[in-house]
Design a protein around this ligand. Structure first.
Ligand SMILES: Nc1ncnc2c1ncn2[C@@H]1O[C@H](COP(=O)(O)OP(=O)(O)OP(=O)(O)O)[C@@H](O)[C@H]1O
Length: 302
């Protein structure tokens, strides 16, 4: 999924909230979005979810099943929680058992018979969270999901997020409370001054670059302007290059370089083997997702 030169403002004469945003998200990535109040985090999430169209630029490759939990869940609907979730289950084409399973897992069984209008803010957030997970989604967008959650649900949510990513889903979470700061492999995305800057997950090689390695050029540098997000679970075959590629991550041009590596043109190390798999183009998405779910790096060479 990609945002290309995306700019957004809420009205014709209103201020630009985001300008010329370039962002690419790979299947299986978890992205934490941070920024000060009013920076535009929710706006970015609404653009990703497809709730608002960009004023300029384009969004492409949005996965088919999108789950979105807004920061304020609208409770002004004349349903009980279970009737609402049953309705959402049908809309999503999810398994009939899914809502009940999620309610048990996220400590919400006691809410099922209540009218939506009677829910506290935290309980309403939980129902919004459950509906977003029905599907399950290929793109999951959570706007401040930890706000108001009880301890049990707060502890369980990272596991749920990890499962969505492990099956190839993209997960984007705005999180004031930094609950995903330490989430393994998560990339961190800062919204500030109408721009979006992605800092890929730190790897051991980046945390301790060692003597002679190139320093991180830091936020705002060219390496931060356009990142392709992935699951940085594997060692970097070329940690001293200083080219800015996280494992499984790379800029647009970096992806071509990585593809060349995967094809056996680049340097190899004794830390991992590269094999080439030929698949029918129709099966490429499925094979790539399965490989990623199994923890392998997968790069497509067309
Ligand atoms: N529906 C709207 N109409 C007009 N302006 C809006 C609307 N929603 C948000 N804004 C403005 O857009 C800017 C960005 O808002 P947004 O909610 O995206 O920021 P945020 O980073 O999510 O903030 P917070 O952390 O406080 O939730 C703010 O100045 C806000 O006032």
């Amino acid at each position: 999924m990609r945002l290309s030169q995306v700019s957004f403002r809420y009205s014709r004469r209103g201020p630009w909230i985001l300008e010329d945003v370039e962002l690419a998200l790979r299947p299986g990535s978890v992205v934490e979005v941070t920024g000060r109040n009013g920076a535009g985090k929710s706006t970015l999430l609404r653009l990703l979810a497809g709730f608002v169209p960009p004023t300029r630029g384009s969004v492409s490759g949005r996965p088919r099943v999108v789950g979105y939990a807004p920061d304020v869940f609208p409770t002004g609907q004349p349903f009980t929680v279970s009737a609402y979730l049953a309705h959402m289950t049908r809309v999503r084409g999810a398994s009939p058992a899914a809502a009940g399973d999620l309610a048990r897992r996220l400590n919400a069984v006691h809410l099922l018979d209540l009218p939506l209008g009677d829910l506290s803010k935290g309980s309403a957030q939980k129902v919004g969270l459950i509906q977003s997970l029905l599907g399950p989604p290929d793109l999951l967008i959570l706007d401040e999901p930890f706000a108001g959650l009880d301890e049990q649900t707060r502890a369980e949510l990272p596991a749920v997020i990890g499962e969505i990513a492990a099956r190839g889903g993209i997960v984007v979470v705005s999180d004031h409370q930094n609950q995903l700061r330490e989430f393994p492999g998560a990339d961190h995305c800062l919204v500030a001054d109408r721009a979006v800057t992605v800092h890929p997950a730190a790897r051991p090689a980046e945390q301790d670059p060692g003597p002679g390695s190139e320093p991180d050029p830091g936020p705002g540098s060219e390496r931060d302007t356009e990142w392709v997000l992935g699951r940085p679970a594997e060692p970097d075959p070329d940690p001293g290059s200083g080219s800015g590629s996280g494992a499984g991550l790379g800029s647009g041009s970096g992806s071509e370089r990585d593809a060349g590596r995967a094809a056996g043109q680049g340097p190899a190390t004794d830390r991992r083997a590269v094999i080439e798999v030929l698949v029918d183009p129709d099966e490429a998405d499925e094979v790539e997702q399965k490989l990623r779910a199994d923890g392998y790096t997968a790069r497509r060479i067309l």
